[in-house]
Every structure is written in structure tokens, then in C-alpha cells.
Design a protein around this ligand. Structure first.
Ligand code: NAD
Ligand code: TYD
Length: 350
């Protein structure tokens, strides 16, 4: 019976991970620590409500007393750190909370894990700290080439810089204290429970509500889209069998320009849901400051070491995703009814 401390498990990827793991394994316990910011929603975890193998704790990863208590109370084998402020646009407006949660929160988790796991003779058997990072730490690509694990870190936004800072602290705990750690750096995820401030769910939500679809700059920035379940599978494989101290890049082999994504979403909704939704909704707006041009991952290492590959093609994943949002309109309504409404109104004046 392995015990996981999963942080940020009420957010987009974290909740998908919790659901994936509890469906796959009946012999694990997950302690799910989440602050429930605007991006965290208990509704994402409805499927595991009442499951004795899932224990939800509302709290902050920066809270030393709380995290120490969790290590004392539960015999934690693995920490999987998803908790973060994750939206680039927000980081441009309010960088401080990104440094606080993403860097200092990570350091607090590392430190509490070290206090609980380190022995005079070495480290407790079988334990591991896993950091969920992003390909954005590598910066931006030109028209060719891919991010490799050996690519030097060159982050640009306050978000990606805070994630790079966290990665360096994880590396420091490995290099200095020999702490057993792994890091995954993934490309842009999409799928169910994605908060509708990020591109794909925002487009779906706005199409359904006949709102403008804001496209930053020329719409030709490229992202490499990864279906969230494929990402969860990769993390599970890395925690179980990834080599200690290593970084694994996880990518979907699904590079698309933003405008291609916009047109794909419009076309599906037009053909299957509402034929009044057309490309007239597209609105080119001012570019994001410091907007990274292209992200792209060659996930060769994780394929060779662990046999992982992205199973879900973009054509299949995007339909599954749009369909999920159509079937869960109340979820969108619920998660956007709080602070987000004001934020959205301020951003887009509507
Ligand atoms: P998200 O914003 O949807 O969820 C973040 C979760 O963390 C929320 O539930 C929030 O309540 C929680 N949280 C925030 N601050 C906290 C704190 N101080 N203490 C405890 N909990 C806190 O983010 P996501 O998209 O699910 O991303 C999860 C992780 O994956 C992040 O670390 C992010 O950097 C990384 N990542 C995401 C993507 C992506 O495409 N979404 C891509 C690469 C990497
Ligand atoms: P986003 O989903 O915010 O992810 P990230 O910035 O982490 O890659 O944005 C994906 C791409 O879509 C990025 O190039 C910015 C662009 N974008 C828009 O054009 N319009 C939007 O309204 C949003 C949210 C993003």
C-alpha cells in the first residue's frame, strides 16, 4: 500500500491524475493537499467522493506546520507536486504569487519531505519527490528543432521563470542532499476539468456563449498539445520506474498554431452543436507581452526508458474534450461564477 501526497489535486491536471490513479490502483492512498484557489474545484473530484483511499486536505503548500503534520500523520512514500499558479497572463499582471507558490511552496515541500525521509544512514527506502514542471522553462523555439532534456533553461514569463526556479531547487536537493527526485516537463495539456481561462476551454466556452474568441498577436504561435490522460500515465510511469535524479520531457507530438486550434473548435461546434457559430467570432487582440513563439517536445527519452508514448491523437482528443464541456455545462458555470467573472470582465471588457 503506497501513500501519495498529491498537491494541487483539485486543479486541472492534478484532479485528472487523482481520478486516473484511483481508477487504476486499489492499493494506494492519496492525500490530496490543495488550497482551492480560483483554479481548484472540489467538483473535479466528485467521482472519488467517499473513496476511503482519497483524503482531501484544504491547505497551502507554503504552510510548514501543515505539511509537517501531514508527514507525521501519514506514512508518505511519494510527493507529486502539481500545486502552482499556472496561468501566464496572470503571472504578467501579478508575478509575486507565482514566486510565492511555485518557488517557495516547492522549497517547503522539499524541506518537509527531507525532514521526514532523511536518515543518518541515507534516505528512507522507496521514497520519491516528483516535480510536475513545464516545457516553458526551456524558453521559445524557432521554426525547427525540439526541446530536449539537455536544452538549457531560458524561461521568459514570470510563470515559466518561477517554474524554472522550482526545478533548480529540486535539482539542488538531489545534488546536495542526494534526495530521490524526478522531474517531468510537459507540453500544453488539454482535456476535461481545464479551467476556462486557458486557450482551449476558453474557446469552447466562448463559442457556446457566442462571445468573441480572442487571438493574441498573429495567431501563429505554436503549442504542442498533450491529452491530459496521456500526461497522467507518463507521471505514473516516471514515479514507478523513472531513473532517480532524471528529467523526462513529455509531449504530445501535436504541434498546432493557435489559429488552427481556434478554427478546429469553431468547425466542430458549427457542424455538431450550433451552426450559427462561425469564424466571425474570431477577434485578433493585442499580443501577450514576451509571448513565446513555439514549444515542441521530442519525447524520445521517456519512450526509450519507459515505453511511454502519447496515445491520443489531437483529432480524437479535441472531440473528446469539446464533448466533455458540452456534457458538463454546469461545471463551467460553477467554476466561473466566483472571482473569475470579475477577472474576465477586466481582461476583455465584456
Ligand atoms: P491549475 O491552475 O488548473 O491547478 C493548480 C492547482 O493548484 C489548483 O487546484 C489550486 O487550487 C492549487 N494551488 C495553487 N496554489 C496552491 C498552494 N499555494 N497550495 C496548495 N494548492 C495550491 O494548474 P494545472 O494546469 O492543473 O497545472 C498543474 C501543474 O502542471 C502545475 O505545476 C503547472 O505548472 C504544470 N503544467 C501545466 C501545464 C498545462 O498545460 N496545464 C503544462 C505544463 C505544466
Ligand atoms: P494558454 O492556454 O494560456 O497556455 P500557455 O500560455 O501556457 O501556452 O495559451 C496557449 C496559447 O494561446 C498561447 O500562445 C497564448 C494563446 N492564447 C490566445 O491567443 N488567446 C487566449 O485567449 C488565450 C488564453 C491564449
Amino acid at each position: 500500500m503506497k501513500t501519495y501526497l498529491v498537491t494541487g489535486g483539485a486543479g486541472f491536471i492534478g484532479s485528472n491524475f487523482v481520478l486516473y490513479m484511483l481508477k487504476k490502483y486499489t492499493d494506494i492512498t492519496i492525500i490530496n493537499l490543495d488550497k482551492l484557489t480560483y483554479a481548484g474545484n472540489l467538483e473535479n473530484l466528485k467521482e472519488v467522493q467517499g473513496n476511503p483511499n482519497h483524503i482531501f486536505v484544504q491547505g497551502d503548500i507554503c504552510d510548514k506546520d501543515l505539511v509537517t503534520t501531514l508527514f507525521e500523520k501519514y506514512d508518505i512514500d511519494y510527493v507529486v507536486n502539481f500545486a502552482a499558479e499556472s496561468h501566464v497572463d496572470r503571472s504578467i499582471k501579478e508575478p509575486e504569487i507565482f514566486a510565492q507558490t511555485n518557488v517557495l511552496g516547492t522549497v517547503n515541500l522539499l524541506n518537509c519531505a527531507k525532514n521526514a525521509w532523511e536518515r543518518e544512514s541515507g534516505w528512507k527506502e522507496g521514497v520519491r519527490y516528483h516535480q510536475v514542471s513545464t516545457d516553458e522553462v526551456y524558453g521559445s523555439l524557432g521554426e525547427t528543432g525540439y526541446f530536449m532534456e539537455t536544452t538549457p533553461l531560458d524561461p521568459h514569463s514570470p510563470y515559466s521563470s518561477s517554474k524554472a526556479g522550482a526545478d533548480f531547487m529540486v535539482k539542488a536537493y538531489s545534488d546536495t542532499y542526494n534526495m530521490p527526485v524526478t522531474i517531468t516537463r510537459c507540453s500544453n495539456n488539454y482535456g476535461p476539468y481545464h479551467f476556462p481561462e486557458k486557450l482551449i476551454p476558453l474557446l469552447i466556452n466562448n463559442c457556446l456563449n457566442h462571445k468573441d474568441l480572442p487571438v493574441y498577436g498573429d495567431g501563429l504561435n505554436i503549442r504542442d498539445w498533450l491529452y491530459v490522460e496521456d500526461h497522467c500515465k507518463a507521471i505514473d510511469m516516471v514515479i514507478r520506474n523513472g531513473r532517480i535524479g532524471e528529467v523526462y520531457n513529455v509531449g504530445g507530438h501535436n504541434e498546432r498554431t493557435n489559429i488552427q486550434i481556434v478554427k478546429t473548435v469553431i468547425a466542430y461546434i458549427h457542424d455538431n452543436v450550433d451552426n450559427t457559430v462561425t469564424e466571425d467570432l474570431i477577434k485578433y487582440v493585442e499580443d501577450r507581452k514576451g509571448h513565446d513563439r513555439r514549444y515542441g517536445i521530442a519525447p524520445d527519452k521517456i519512450k526509450e526508458d519507459l515505453g511511454w508514448y502519447p496515445e491520443t491523437t489531437f483529432e480524437v482528443g479535441i472531440i473528446k474534450t469539446i464533448q466533455w464541456y458540452l456534457d458538463n455545462r454546469q461545471w463551467i458555470e460553477n467554476v466561473t461564477s466566483g472571482d473569475y467573472k470579475h477577472y474576465y470582465a477586466k481582461m476583455y471588457n465584456n
